[in-house]
Design a protein around this ligand. Sequence first.
Ligand code: DX5
Ligand code: ZN
Length: 230
Amino acid sequence: MNEKANRETDTKRKRPKIAPSLLSADFTRLYDEISSVATADYLHFDVMDGVFVPNISIGLPVFDAVRRVTDIPLDVHLMITEPSRYAARFAERGADIVSFHVEADDPENIARAIAGIHSAGKRAGLALKPATAAAAVLPYITLLDMIVVMTVEPGFGGQKFMSGQLTKLAALRELIDEKNPRCELEVDGGVDPETAKLCTRHGASVLVAGSDVFGARDRAARIEEIRGVV
Ligand code: DX5
Ligand code: ZN
């Protein structure tokens, strides 16, 4: 078996990391909600500005509070225009991974935002809306620590998984294996134990799950189920 095929087998065999999305948590009980998903790999933190997406969620003050009460790696997903204005700030304030949208800024600012996140010693990611082709990440791929494939239109939790995105996911897995194998490949939107299997089979290494995890009574068990352990 050649080296590439070996790597692919490894990715397919590996269990995915799970990143519950705080957007689906009960905001009146945030501390307990965060504690209830402590067995996850990352906590996904969705920032929406009401311009890039038709919804406003949470921003820096809530981020600071969350950072104070948990050690879990924070995976920030910026759904905002001109992300280069804020990306480094989240990194400097303790985000472990900061992803923003490739559609949201021009190439110069995108490169600047990635560099700003790296200067803070943190990981940088680029997210793609469903209509955006895999090739959009090509100019940046060797700089990236994560690529996020949206499997719903960004803006709201609880939407249906768009299985049409699986072909793009597989194409990105090939690009990553070829050009930057340490880059993580995250799927965001409509993930549950069933769609999770499709995602990992098509090369995802990190799965965001909001409504499915926070809708479960036993969150730890649900996280294990999505991981494919049970
Ligand atoms: C959607 C957000 C997602 C969302 C996922 O715009 O980026 O992270 O919270 O929620 P579910 O898992 O419910 O689709
Ligand atoms: Zn998200």
